[in-house]
Ligand binder design. Structure first.
Ligand SMILES: C[S@@+](CC[C@H](N)C(=O)[O-])C[C@H]1O[C@@H](n2cnc3c(N)ncnc32)[C@H](O)[C@@H]1O
Length: 284
């Protein structure tokens, strides 16, 4: 506990403790401790609005692991994890570190997420091959030109760009296809874009109403959220060749049985609430 009775370590400079942040709420959903009273209060209310929110977050985190392992199996060893979050179970560099010469760059704009990512890489002596960029990924030039990105990633070779559970925080005046396109144009053939996104397309009426209400609640946080349907999600993969099994509910994307992470999670209930896909940059 810190002086304010918080479980999380003292907040880094510039952290907004007045409004909940999705990075810290998601950490709480996953059972982490890098969150503050304002985030836990939001998370508890979220659980009342949509009781599946914690298993849904866990199932998304399982998918992150599966897609990273799939990219590694295809020989990709470089990862650009956009909206990487607070480090928790199943971090990308921990999965990738067994890959020969793996390189990982985490990008987030939330100071707690960035501070703890820096800490964990330092503690694990991983800073030679993994790093953190504090940036808004809607500004790809800043991400690409950052010294950490330039030091660690070689864009002449395939890179797996991860946009996992982050694009529902891009909306309003922001143009998701344009942001994705600016990343795609920099990627070598064979690179991947992997994305997951909240949806209500196939949800039962009660769950759809609950998650829509929760999305409304996120508008009071630092990170307003948008729901999208399959057609809109699919349109973001134009210019990529979809990797098998294409655009499917996240739980159906190359499921692992049993899952090493959160092995007791029951996928059936959360199945309708996320789309997931990976697309490969074709040969030019
Ligand atoms: C729900 S968490 C997902 C974490 C991780 N990608 C995963 O799926 O396990 C969303 C993360 O995206 C970050 N984020 C959202 N919008 C962002 C933006 N425009 N630039 C950088 N980070 C962003 C948030 O701060 C948060 O850490």
């Amino acid at each position: 506990m810190n002086a304010d009775g918080e479980r999380a370590p003292a907040a880094p400079d510039n952290v907004d403790l007045d409004r909940p942040s999705t990075a810290r709420i998601y950490d709480w959903y996953l059972g982490g401790t890098n969150n503050y009273a304002v985030d836990r209060h939001f998370g508890e209310q979220a659980g009342k609005q949509f009781p599946l929110i914690r298993p849904l977050a866990m199932s998304n985190r399982q998918w992150l692991g599966r897609v990273v392992r799939a990219a590694l199996a295809e020989g990709i060893t470089q990862f650009l994890d956009l909206g990487s979050g607070v480090p928790t179970a199943g971090n990308v560099h921990e999965i990738a570190r067994d890959g020969a010469d793996a390189r990982v760059v985490y990008v987030d704009y939330e100071p707690v997420a960035v501070a703890h990512s820096e800490l964990i890489l330092d503690q694990q002596n991983a800073t030679d091959w993994a790093g953190v960029v504090r940036a808004d990924f809607r500004q790809p030039d800043i991400v690409f030109e950052h010294e950490t990105t330039r030091r660690l990633l070689d864009f002449a070779k395939p890179v797996c760009v991860l946009m996992v559970s982050v694009l529902h925080f891009v909306g309003g005046a922001d143009n998701v296809p344009r942001v994705i396109d600016r990343y795609r144009r920099r990627l070598a053939p064979g690179s991947w874009l992997a994305a997951s996104h909240i949806t209500t397309d196939d949800a039962p009426a009660e769950g759809a109403a609950q998650i829509s209400a929760l999305a409304e609640s996120y508008r009071t946080t630092q990170n307003p959220a948008w729901l999208r349907d399959k057609a809109e999600f699919a349109s973001w993969f134009e210019g990529f060749t979809l990797v098998e099994p294409g655009i499917v509910h996240l739980t159906d994307w190359r499921p692992d049985e049993p899952e090493a992470l959160f092995p007791d999670l029951e996928p059936a209930a959360v199945r309708p609430f996320y789309w997931a896909a990976a697309g490969r940059v074709p040969q030019r």
